[in-house]
Design a protein around this ligand. Structure first.
Ligand SMILES: Cc1cc2nc3c(=O)[nH]c(=O)nc-3n(C[C@H](O)[C@H](O)[C@H](O)COP(=O)(O)O)c2cc1C
Length: 201
């Protein structure tokens, strides 16, 4: 499938059939995430794959502030950012780029400064940066899903602490989003978008 077609055809899907998403399909979605770009190649994304029906039902109650449609999903990805490894991995990546000569020398000073800034950042800012990276990975999963004939919906409304507790997610993992997926049981038309003139200035 052409990327442009996948971008055009993707919709948020909130109704799913009972037909299972296969292990191979789940792996293809995770592979799409794994290949995403990230600042300093830090790759902060981590995923918990929830397939158990009781767990998915639980997620469709208070954990997502009453989004009952989530209960029909076949799989829910808990998309996290590993904040404990983020700086370390970014630093290692810079060293690799520098030592391998892949980085043009004139970029080195700027990158060192960027890394230092990241090191000094508050945990809130760090979470924000990690979230930007994870969002790219999740977007790639959503597009890969279109090619596989799967539907997805990003869930941004959730109770982070309750979900962490239920699924034993450690403190240093920030939950960035949940991604519900399954075989589409609906075919909604395109949702409104702003005109090009409204978004280019
Ligand atoms: C950051 C983010 C948070 C979202 N949170 C939710 C959510 O909690 N529940 C939901 O049903 N849809 C959620 N959505 C889906 C949006 O409502 C949807 O993308 C938007 O209405 C456009 O529709 P489309 O995806 O079909 O083009 C979220 C999307 C994004 C990107």
């Amino acid at each position: 499938m052409e990327v442009a077609k996948a971008i055009k055809e993707r919709r948020s899907i909130r109704k799913f059939t009972d037909q299972k998403v296969t292990g191979d399909e789940i792996n293809q979605l995770l592979e799409a995430a794994r290949l995403a770009p990230s600042g300093l190649n830090a790759q902060p994304w981590r995923f918990k794959v929830i397939q158990n029906r009781d767990d998915i039902f639980w997620l469709s109650r208070e954990a997502t502030k009453g989004q009952r449609w989530v209960g029909g999903a076949n799989v829910v990805f808990i998309c996290c950012a590993d904040l404990s490894r983020y700086l370390e991995d970014a630093g290692a990546s810079v060293r690799l780029l520098r030592d391998s000569g892949m980085l043009p020398p004139e970029m080195l000073a700027g990158i060192e400064e960027y890394v230092q800034k990241t090191k000094d950042a508050s945990s809130e800012l760090l979470r924000y940066a990690a979230a930007a990276n994870c969002s790219i990975a999740i977007a790639q999963m959503m597009l890969q899903a279109v090619e596989l004939g799967l539907g997805t919906c990003w869930i941004g409304m959730y109770e982070e602490d309750a979900i962490k507790k239920r699924f034993d997610i450690p403190e240093h993992m920030a939950i960035i989003a949940l991604l519900a997926a399954g075989r589409p049981g609906e075919a909604p038309g395109p949702r409104p978008r702003k005109a090009l003139e409204e978004i280019v200035f």
